[in-house]
Every structure is written in C-alpha cells, then in structure tokens.
Design a protein around this ligand. Structure first.
Ligand code: SAM
Ligand code: DTB
Ligand code: SF4
Length: 332
C-alpha cells in the first residue's frame, strides 16, 4: 500500500493556548472528525505501534514525583532493586519480540544516570538493536555528552516527560524543575535522538492544565516524535492516590487535541489502559492514538495481558505496525 500523503504544513510549533482551548471546547463529534481527518492524512488508521516496557532499575528514586510508586519519598511497599544484568534484560527483550513487540523501552528510577551505569545501559541498547527491535530508554536527566553516548550506542528514542502544565508542575514535583526537563529534551534533540515526551492526566489538574500541557508539548522547538498520554495509575501510598479519575471522554479529548496539534507524531495511549474499557480505548484509536504499551506490566504496575490486547486489536480490525511502516517517521 502507498504511504498516505503527509501533513507537512501542519508542523506548527506556534500554537497559542487560546487555539488549544478552542479545540478542547469543540463539540465532541467535531473534535473527533478533525482529529480523524488529520490522522488519516498522515497514518494508516488500522495500524498501531506496540512497545514493551521493562523496569531495569526499580524504586528508591531520590525524586519526589507525586504520582510515582518508585519515589523513595512515598511508602508504596515497592521493593527497590539494583540495575539488572545485561543478559536478563536481553532475555526479556527477546521474549517481548517473540510476543510481537517492535520496540523495547527500558526505564530506570534515577534522577540522572551515573556514567558507569550508562555504559551498562549502552550495552543493553546495542543488544536490543541486535535483536532487530527499536530501542527507547528513560533514565532521568541527561547531559549533552550522555545523550551523545546513547546515540552512538544506537538508541532510537529517549523518553522524558513534561508530565503536566508548567503551572501545575509545582504541585507534583519539587526536586526537579520544568526548565531542567526542557534542558534534557534539548540535549536529546541535539544528539539526534528521537524524542518521546508527553504527560499524565487525572492527577487533579484542571482543564486549563491539560491545555497548558498540550501547549507545552506542541510548542517545543520540534514536536516530539512520540507523545505518550498517560492516565494516572493511582498507587496507594503516593500523594495522588486519591485523585478523582478523569472522565474517559475528557481523556479521549486530550488524545484528539494531541493528534491535531502534533499531526506527524506517534500519539501513545500509555499508562492506565488496565482500568479502561475496550470502548474507551477504541475511541482513543479513533481520536488518533497509534501506539500502546504491550505486555502485562508497565514499569511496576499492571497493563493488560498480551492476549487481551490481541483480542482487542482483532475486535477492532487493528494490526500492529511493523518497523519502517510508519510513514511520518521517515521525515525526521
Ligand atoms: N526516572 C525517570 C524520569 O522520571 O525521567 C524515568 C522513569 S519515570 C517512571 C517515566 C514516566 O512514567 C514519568 O515521567 C511519568 O510520566 C510516568 N509515570 C510514572 N508513574 C506513573 C503513574 N503512576 N501513572 C502514570 N504515569 C506514570
Ligand atoms: C511513559 O510516558 N509512560 C511509561 C513510560 N513513559 C516509561 C511509564 C508508565 C509508568 C506507570 C507506573 C508504573 O508502572 O510504575
Ligand atoms: Fe523517579 Fe522517574 Fe518516578 Fe520521578 S517518575 S520518582 S524521577 S522514577
């Protein structure tokens, strides 16, 4: 099949908050029509990219992110571990590939990696690439030279989220500034890595904060190639545990606005699917989500089982995107 035409004029990074607010305020049928039209101009709407996550270093994190079960500041009963052995990580990557994943994402509960640990992670990246999979890591803040080392090892994507709006951020994290996040994203971009950057909704933020979060993402110097939209996984013992869950329709709206404002990015329906109905997930795909985390665990919390996701894909006539099948990616 020919690659769909691309929306090259739509790579705007000058979105205003008012424009984004107006998108959120559209009647749902109008919003969905606009999101779908843009999605279909740039992607095959029947293809969804699947990535498997692995926590390579779990818990005991010095940061105080209010949502995170891995922060040492919260008592969630999670057992902290050391950095995994390379062989054990590659065995998991191989299992994920055999189950159908095309990208393997490794996460570490660090504020930033130590250079010695980065050597080990680089070896993991090389191993994942040798399995024929795309690689992604999320290790916290990076210096320019650390980003360059990961690029040299063959890393494809670096995940580092803005998490929420600049205004709501202070209610969520005190140990790392928004500007530090923007700086890491710059180092990642400058190293020539693809950026995976998104956020979390359902943490008690206002609609204005969801507008602010999408605005921050869509006005970065370049749209992130991948935009994970996470629904908060409420974990007992974290400060956000008691947040009122977001209305699923408002979650779908957030996906649709991400799709409209960042037309060539992969929009990932990320954490939170375990508590989402098939119908909500289907609406997310209709709104332009075209990537998911696949495998029964996210980093530390549950995700739908692979056979559950295969049944959902079959029910919807969706199939998994193979490497090189993403028409938008060829432009980066
Ligand atoms: N420590 C690194 C960092 O924060 O940059 C990497 C790992 S961290 C767990 C990666 C992302 O996972 C966070 O930025 C956040 O967006 C997401 N996340 C963590 N806990 C979550 C939760 N309970 N629900 C939804 N998303 C979550
Ligand atoms: C992202 O935006 N979501 C993923 C990935 N990037 C690393 C992580 C979700 C974590 C959910 C909570 C947990 O399992 O610990
Ligand atoms: Fe640490 Fe990342 Fe969790 Fe924040 S989100 S506490 S930095 S693991």
């Amino acid at each position: 099949m020919n690659a769909p035409a691309k929306d090259l004029d739509a790579l705007r990074t000058d979105w205003t908050r008012e424009e984004i607010a107006a998108l959120f305020a559209l009647p749902f049928p109008e919003l969905m029509f606009r999101a779908q039209s843009i999605h279909r101009r740039n992607f095959d709407p029947t293809k969804v990219q699947v990535s498997t996550l692995l926590s390579i270093k779990t818990g005991g994190c010095p940061e105080d992110c209010a949502y995170c079960p891995q922060s040492a500041a919260h008592d969630t009963g999670l057992k902290a571990g050391k950095l995994m052995e390379i062989e054990a990580v590659l065995a998991e990557a191989s299992r994920a590939r055999d189950a159908g994943a095309t990208r393997f994402c490794m996460g570490a509960a660090w504020r930033s990696p130590k250079d010695k640990d980065l050597d080990t992670v680089c070896a993991m990246v090389e191993g994942v690439k040798a399995l024929g999979m795309e690689s992604c890591v999320t290790l916290g803040m990076l210096t320019p030279s650390q980003a360059q080392r990961l690029k040299t090892a063959g890393l494809d994507y670096y995940n580092h989220n803005l998490d929420t709006s600049p205004e709501y951020y202070r209610h969520i994290i005190s140990t790392r500034t928004y500007q530090e996040r923007l700086d890491t994203l710059e180092h990642v971009r400058e190293a020539g890595l693809s950026v995976c950057c998104g956020g979390i909704v359902g943490m008690g933020e206002s609609l204005g904060d969801r507008i602010g979060m999408i605005h921050a993402l869509a006005t970065l110097p370049e749209h992130p190639q991948s935009v994970p939209i996470n629904a908060l996984v409420a974990v007992a013992g974290t400060p956000t545990a008691k947040s009122t869950p977001l209305d699923p329709i408002d979650f779908v709206r957030t996906i649709a606005v991400a799709r409209i404002t960042m037309p060539l990015s992969m929009v990932r329906l990320s954490a939170g699917r375990e508590d989402m109905s098939d119908e909500t997930q289907a609406l997310c795909f209709l709104a332009g989500a075209n990537s998911i985390f696949y495998g029964d665990k996210l980093l530390t919390t549950p995700n739908p089982a692979t056979d559950t996701d295969q049944a959902l894909f079959a029910r919807l006539g969706i199939s998994s995107m193979q490497i090189g099948q993403n028409p938008a990616q060829n432009t980066h």
